[in-house]
Design a protein around this ligand. Structure first.
Ligand SMILES: NC(=O)c1ccc[n+]([C@@H]2O[C@H](COP(=O)([O-])OP(=O)(O)OC[C@H]3O[C@@H](n4cnc5c(N)ncnc54)[C@H](OP(=O)(O)O)[C@@H]3O)[C@@H](O)[C@H]2O)c1
Length: 233
C-alpha cells in the first residue's frame, strides 16, 4: 500500500459501530482509529490490522482535539461515531452529564472536522453518526434527542461550508447486536415485534449505510435513517 495513499479516520473507532466501520474500511486503504486512550485505540488498530494507526483524542475536551489529531494527514473518509450516553430526564436534570454529552457530540464533532478539513482530499467525505432519538424522543432522551437533532443540522452546514467535500449523517434505530443493547434482550424483543421488518437493525446494516454515504459521489447533506421502519410505527 503506497505511503501517500489517502486514508480513512474513524473517531470513536474502538467499539461498537465505529469499530465495525473501521474494520470494513480496513481492506480499502490506510485507517486511523481513535478512542479516549492510546491503549484502547492501539487494541482496536491491532484488531483491524493492515497497518491501522491509533490516536487518542477526547471529544469532551474540544480544546485539545486539534493537537491530538495533528499527526493525522491525507484523509479521504472521516467517520465520527464517538458518544457517551446521557439518560437524563428533564424533571431530574443533571447539568454536568448533559453538558459533557452535548459538548462531545456537537462541539467535539465540529472541532474534529475543523482540525482535519484542510487535510482532506477534495473528493473526501464525512459521515456523522446521529440517532433515531432525534425524531423519536422517550423519557430521559432530552440530551440525545437534542444532540442528534443537532447532527441533522450540522451535516447541512458542513456540506455547504466544506464543498466539494461531502457531509452526511446516519441515524440508526436501536442496533440489536451493538455492545450496549445486545444484553437488553427484553427491550430488544419488544421493539423487534413492532418493527415492520420484523428484525432489529444490525451493526452490518449501519456499516453498509456509512460506506454508501462515504462513497456515493452525489449524496450530500442528507440524513439517512436506518431503523427498519420504526419511524413509521
Ligand atoms: N448502538 C446503537 O443502538 C445506536 C443507535 C443510534 C445511534 N447510535 C450512534 O452511533 C454512534 C456509535 O454508537 P455505539 O453504540 O457504537 O457506541 P459505543 O459502542 O458506546 O462506542 C462509543 C465510542 O465512542 C468513543 N468515545 C466515548 N467517549 C468519548 C470521548 N469523550 N471522546 C472520544 N471518543 C469517545 C469510545 O471510545 P473509548 O471508550 O475507547 O474512549 C467508543 O469508540 C453514536 O454516535 C451513537 O449515538 C448508536
Amino acid at each position: 500500500m503506497p505511503a501517500d495513499e489517502p486514508g480513512a479516520v474513524v473517531v470513536g473507532g474502538t467499539a461498537g459501530l465505529g469499530l465495525a466501520t473501521a474494520r470494513a474500511l480496513g481492506g480499502r486503504g490506510p485507517v486511523t482509529v481513535t478512542g479516549r486512550t492510546t491503549e484502547r485505540a492501539e487494541r482496536a488498530a491491532a484488531e483491524i490490522g493492515d497497518g491501522a494507526r491509533a490516536v487518542a483524542v477526547d471529544l469532551a475536551r474540544p480544546d485539545g482535539i486539534a493537537a491530538s489529531l495533528s499527526g493525522v494527514d491525507n484523509v479521504r473518509h472521516l467517520v465520527i461515531a464517538a458518544m457517551e450516553r446521557d439518560r437524563n430526564p428533564v424533571r431530574d436534570y443533571d447539568v454536568t452529564s448533559a453538558s459533557r454529552a452535548v459538548t462531545l457530540k456537537l462541539v467535539g464533532y465540529t472541532e474534529v472536522v475543523h482540525a482535519l478539513a484542510s487535510r482532506m482530499t477534495e473528493d473526501g467525505s464525512i459521515v456523522l453518526l446521529g440517532g433515531l432519538a432525534a425524531n423519536r424522543p422517550h423519557r430521559g432522551s432530552a440530551t440525545m434527542t437534542t444532540v442528534n437533532g443537532g447532527i441533522s443540522a450540522l451535516v447541512r452546514s458542513l456540506a455547504t461550508e466544506l464543498a466539494p467535500i461531502r457531509a452526511n449523517a446516519v441515524h440508526p434505530g436501536l442496533v440489536g447486536d451493538s455492545p450496549h443493547w445486545a444484553k437488553e434482550t427484553e427491550l430488544c424483543e419488544a421493539l423487534r415485534s413492532r418493527l415492520p421488518t420484523g428484525s432489529l437493525v444490525t451493526t452490518d446494516d449501519v456499516v453498509d449505510a456509512v460506506l454508501f454515504l462515504l462513497t456515493n459521489r452525489s449524496v450530500n447533506g442528507t440524513n439517512l435513517v436506518v431503523d427498519g421502519g420504526e419511524s413509521m410505527t
